[in-house]
Design a protein around this ligand. Structure first.
Ligand code: SF4
Length: 181
């Protein structure tokens, strides 16, 4: 279903008839007869597709990745907190280790494991990335993508597949797909 949704968003956006996020989101939900549970996903993917061109043109070395610290293994994470969030000590008990390594190998300027939006906004203003990928729950992603837009930074968002405050989950293949673009 996610592939189908992305294709319909792309096609509808390419028609040039819908240029506002909420308008395109409603159009796609109606076209596909989607239930409310898809609304947040469609909303984020609409913004991803609208940002796709400038984001893809941003060199990887100028992009940063933000991961939420709730992805860590809450019971036995060996990481430590610093000024810019959690420093992963690569114990391998959660997906963070693999994702950080993958992004760094691709050449990302920075990967930050953050406990909340305020650190994201500080890093945005201090490090001045030219492209951002963020993984988060809908509420955090919505705010961060709005902020990035205000700052003129193209962003891509990825929703957690299991949200909550601890031991959250994300689709690693989806992150890899977006990181490589
Ligand atoms: S891999 Fe890193 S972030 Fe994940 S639990 Fe281990 S030290 Fe913590």
């Amino acid at each position: 279903m996610k592939d189908k949704i992305r294709k319909v968003i792309q096609k509808t956006y390419s028609s040039g008839l819908h240029t506002e996020v909420h308008e395109l989101t409603s159009k796609v939900i109606n076209l596909l007869g989607l239930s409310d549970e898809w609304a947040n996903y469609v909303d984020i993917e609409v913004r991803n597709i609208m940002n796709k061109e400038p984001f893809n043109k941003t060199p990887i070395e100028e992009r940063v990745l933000f991961l939420p610290h709730c992805l860590r293994d809450a019971e036995s994470c060996e990481g430590e907190y610093g000024e810019k969030g959690l420093i992963c000590h690569k114990c391998g008990r959660c997906d963070i280790m693999d994702i950080v390594e993958y992004a760094k190998n691709l050449g990302y300027k920075g990967v930050y494991i953050v406990p909340g939006g305020s650190i994201v906004y500080n890093i945005m203003s201090q490090n001045k990335p030219r492209g951002i990928i963020g993984v988060a729950c809908y509420e955090e992603l919505n705010q961060a993508m709005k902020k990035a837009r205000e700052e003129g930074i193209p962003s891509q968002g990825i929703l957690l597949t299991k949200a909550g405050c601890i031991n959250t989950k994300v689709e690693k293949a989806e992150i890899a797909r977006k990181l490589k673009k």
